[in-house]
Design a protein around this ligand. Structure first.
Ligand code: ADP
Length: 363
């Protein structure tokens, strides 16, 4: 084993980070090989120079102040934790750095060591990602606005068609032959479906437009209200709903009511023709969130469609067997996204499905 001090020196000099040790006057007492490479100086050129020569001119005064206050109360810590730090090379070009500081006491003298890493590439990539994210969010807002205005404006001509159709039916229906009245019935059906689609789209684009702050929401009380609203459907279908003790979550009450309403009414709707719906709602805490499960004994969902059903207007069953516009689960997904949660489904065809989603715990 070679002499320890030689080994320490080699570790210091071969380190991948620039390591600079300054005395309590801010003069560079030591610097390693990587420092000279990173800052573009020749070996020895930095010795006894003020550390501020490695900073852009605009930062030297504030740095001197910070250095003095650090010297009074030194500790091991990253420098400028939440700020982007900038350093300057010999030729004046600037680059981003991450710096960790630690005090060293040697023979009654205080030294500060700084480990400096060039993070220009990381920061540039992060900034590019931030710009991209901002652009995607902006496009998303534009798309939502487009969906909102389009669906809003489409309502007006549709109302006119509905009105005229109803006038036409009341005045002329008895003069029409069987085939013509059937055509009118088809048109009526299509107009109602289009109206439901447009309303769904409008509701979809409205989700998250108002106050999106989170508040404690008691899921027992919320589901109690939803079940009251669904009382007729529950009685008609003989549905049995088992509720575990549910938590208070951090959420948006109106949106969460819509979420439970969609999932419970789907669990009732997509039941087998010969078996009453049996639905169980439970929740378990997993760290910072509650994981909910709403399971049913219904028709189930083929594996290849488990993800697609959350896409707006996606339906798997024909209208004559199960009515619907294919918007409910898109609403649920948007609501859970707003809560920064996840929603997914597990299912076995002809046995039933379980919708899982996560919601934040109350901090
Ligand atoms: P809708 O109920 O209006 O058709 P949704 O967006 O709520 O629209 O659901 C999309 C599709 O997902 C449904 O058409 C159905 O095929 C399937 N689905 C949703 N919930 C269930 C469920 N509990 N069991 C079986 N299939 C379901």
């Amino acid at each position: 084993m070679e002499d320890n001090s030689t080994l320490y020196f080699k570790i210091f000099d071969c380190a991948p980070d620039a390591i600079i040790v300054v005395d309590d006057d801010g003069k560079i007492a030591f610097s390693n090989h990587r420092t000279t490479k990173l800052f573009g100086y020749n070996s020895g050129e930095l010795q006894d120079q003020p550390i501020e020569m490695l900073l852009p001119d605009r930062l030297t005064k504030p740095h001197e102040k910070q250095r003095k206050s650090y010297t009074k109360n030194p500790s091991v810590r990253p420098m400028g934790a939440s700020k982007e730090l900038v350093a300057k090379t010999k030729d004046g070009s600037e680059f981003f750095v991450e710096i960790s500081l630690s005090p060293i006491r040697n023979k009654d003298k205080l030294y500060i060591s700084a480990f400096i890493r060039d993070v220009t590439e990381k920061i540039n990539t992060n900034n590019k990602l931030k710009d991209l994210l901002e652009m995607v969010e902006q496009k998303n807002r534009e798309l939502e606005h487009f969906a909102y205005t389009a669906s809003h404006d489409l309502q007006e001509p549709l109302r006119t068609i509905k009105g005229i159709l109803s006038l036409f039916t009341s005045q002329y229906l008895e003069n029409l032959d069987k085939e013509a009245s059937q055509y009118i019935e088809f048109i009526n059906g299509a107009v109602s479906r289009m109206s439901a689609l447009i309303k769904g789209l409008l509701d979809y684009s409205r989700i998250g437009q108002g106050d999106i702050s989170l508040h404690p929401v008691d899921c027992n009380a919320l589901i109690g209200n939803v079940l009251d609203d669904l009382a007729v459907r529950i009685e008609e279908t003989n549905a049995k709903i088992c509720l575990d003790m549910l938590p208070v979550v951090n959420g948006m009450e109106t949106e969460l009511r819509l979420l439970f309403q969609n999932l419970i009414s789907n669990a009732i709707k997509f039941s087998k023709k010969d078996e009453a719906p049996l639905i169980r709602i439970s929740a378990e805490q997993q760290g910072d969130y509650w994981k909910f499960a709403i399971s049913d004994n219904g028709i189930g969902i083929p594996e290849e469609h488990l993800e697609q059903i959350f896409i707006i207007f996606k339906r798997l069953n024909d209208r004559s067997s199960y009515e619907g516009a294919g918007i409910g689960l898109a609403h649920c997904k948007k609501i859970i996204d707003l809560h920064q949660g996840k929603i997914w489904v597990t299912s076995k065809l002809n046995e039933g499905s379980t919708f899982h989603f996560t919601l934040p715990v109350v901090p």
